[in-house]
Design a protein around this ligand. Structure first.
Ligand code: AMP
Ligand code: MG
Length: 402
């Protein structure tokens, strides 16, 4: 085999190149419900307190604790306070007001006796058990005081964070707009899933996989129907769709053979093609075509998806304003030996078992066509460039895929 003349690009260098090309998206304000999975672009400061007023934690009776110190005692019920209403009368000494969970505690009351400890009366109530002052009252600002920074810029907005924002009265939130990614697969052998497969043809799978990966990372994906290995067809598919796109993401057509359509269409037009010191996913390209950031991934499905994980996902996370762009990692013991090419970072597919002492099992071999092995994996096993052999039991870094 003829060796590659140029030195290989490092994984780290190619990753920073892609992130630099994509950059950071501008801030926008989106309705809270549309912010799931995005990062907060500014600190979120509470303009109201939580709870905003002293309210009852129970269905029961607002009282003065001193009036129920000796039980049983019967008190006249002078008002009825459902949630959403304030009492019309302050609580006088020796009286009770019926109150529901979440309703404002009336002025003059210092405790709530739960209904279960009473006879449940409506004009008068017999209280069978006393409560100390403060019992069953949720105090103003118990949870959040006005002016508190409740969530810092960069916080990932999951269900609980969106719930908190809504509870504080935010109808919309400052986030960064989702990066728009145009996903295009290439290959004259490709046939759409659902169509009839002819001799020498295969079903196209990178498109749906990469578009899903973009969405899972928080981006917006436009999936273009794949094109054959034909420069004119490639350009005809790409050019009318470039407006407003933050990243053109292609797969296939970048290795060393003939008919490398992506290479042929973009070489000398702002995109540079290199070999990255990794396996799988060596042939890569990056640059700008007509002002739009471009990343070209190799076509083998496992290479394409591993390249996405290593280069594209971190760039999209950074574009969204996440301070941490990496997936979670762990150190695990290999349950079987591995070999890895010298001078390349190898990313093997694996299954991680935290139960049996953090053990990871390689799934399938190193072949970059083994898509089912990828689908059965939950992590990538990262083998550094200077390591060529690992015995069973050796410690490795695993990068979780979900
Ligand atoms: P290429 O990078 O274009 O040389 O493709 C490498 C290998 O990946 C070949 O076996 C292709 O048939 C396969 N391949 C390329 N693109 C796709 C795709 N979109 N879906 C499934 N397999 C693909
Ligand atoms: Mg191809």
């Amino acid at each position: 085999m003829v060796d590659v003349p140029n030195p290989l690009t490092t994984v780290a260098a190619h990753r920073s190149r892609i992130s630099e090309l994509v950059g950071v998206m501008p801030p926008v304000t989106l309705p809270v419900a549309g912010c799931l999975g995005l990062a907060l672009a500014e600190d979120l400061v509470a303009a109201v307190a939580l709870p905003p007023f002293d309210n009852s934690a129970m269905d029961g009776y607002a009282v003065r604790a001193a009036d129920v110190a000796t039980v049983p005692v019967t008190l006249p019920v002078t008002d009825d306070i459902p949630a959403g209403r304030a009492s019309s009368t302050p609580l006088g000494p020796g009286t009770a007001q019926r109150i529901m969970t979440g309703a404002p505690v009336p002025v003059g009351a210092d405790a709530v006796v739960q209904v279960e400890w009473t006879d449940g009366g409506t004009s008068s109530v017999r209280v069978d058990r006393g409560v100390p002052a403060g019992a069953n009252v949720r105090r103003t600002a118990d949870d959040v005081a006005v002016g508190t920074t409740v969530l810092a810029a960069g916080t990932a907005l999951g269900p609980a964070q969106l719930g908190l924002a809504a509870a504080l009265g935010f109808g919309s939130l400052p986030v960064r707009r989702r990066p728009r990614v145009l996903v295009l697969s290439t290959g004259s052998e490709l046939v759409g899933p659902g169509e009839a497969l002819g001799p020498g043809q295969i079903y196209e799978s990178n498109g749906v996989m990469l578009a899903a990966a973009v969405r899972e990372a928080g981006g917006e994906a436009e999936l273009v129907r794949f094109v054959p290995d034909d420069v004119a067809a490639f350009r005809a598919a790409v050019e009318p769709r470039l407006a407003g796109v933050d990243l053109l993401l292609t797969s296939g057509g970048v290795s060393a053979g003939a008919y490398e359509v992506v290479k042929d269409a973009l070489t000398g037009r702002g995109v540079e093609f290199t070999r990255v010191a990794m396996q799988p996913g060596g042939p890569q390209g990056a640059g700008r075509y007509r002002g739009v950031a471009v990343a070209t991934l190799p076509g083998n499905p496992v290479s394409a998806q591993v390249s996405f994980e290593v280069f594209i996902r971190p760039a999209l996370r950074a574009a969204l304003g996440f301070p941490v762009v990496e997936r979670p990692t762990a150190v695990a013991a290999l349950d079987s030996p591995l070999t890895s090419p010298a001078g390349r970072t190898q990313f093997r597919r694996g299954r991680y078992d935290p139960a049996s002492g953090r053990v990871v099992t390689p799934v399938g071999g190193p072949g970059s066509h083994l898509l089912s092995a990828l689908a059965l994996s939950d992590c990538l096993i990262e083998v550094p460039p200077d390591v060529t052999e690992l015995a069973a039991g050796a410690e490795v870094l695993v990068r979780f895929l979900q």
